[in-house]
Design a binder for this molecule. Sequence first.
Ligand SMILES: [Zn+2]
Ligand SMILES: [Zn+2]
Length: 213
Amino acid sequence: MSCSFDLDHYAEILEAGKVGGYRFAHFGNGPERGNIYLRHDIDLSLDAALRMAELEAEHDVSATYLLMTESVFYNLASSEGIDAIVRLRDLGHAVGLHAVYPSLQLDERFDPVVSWHNPQADYRSRSIPGVTNVYAEPFFDPPTYRSDSNQHWRSGCPHEELRGGGFPWLQILVHPEIWVYEGATMGLTMRAMLNAEKARRLEQLAADDIVLD
Ligand SMILES: [Zn+2]
Ligand SMILES: [Zn+2]
């Protein structure tokens, strides 16, 4: 099995979790033994989030999508953003806030779950009353945490340990953009994303009655 950052291997990771006897759980009570807390911080693309969400639903997997209200790359208040939240919920996923410190506006769109965007060490793991901070206890512990940040698993791709039931429980951070758009490096993957985005933007311009001749 090659640990490439594409949707085929992503599906293999999900299935490895099932073979290892894990359940896909939402943040809240716990963490319980045998739970996988599959988390997606959506930094760049709602399109990528939705494609990953559909794939997970096909595999009977439920995840937590943390969305930004202050992204420079997408607008959660637009019709596209509103539809994305509806679709994520319809597919059985949880939706929380990917917040930019110190702003923490948890309105009715979100479950009380927060991850900080590019957090600094001094507030990253601070607990927040009434809210689950995914970087705080009890859900954050380095031995039971894996992240694909910048297309690199710092402690290795987790598929083998998942298949063997090696983790008591696990929080996994997966950025959909890295898997939906393909490239051998983060730079190439981002360029693939921008090419797809350009095509999508041209369609949006045409739909907005902009003459493109
Ligand atoms: Zn792998
Ligand atoms: Zn982020």
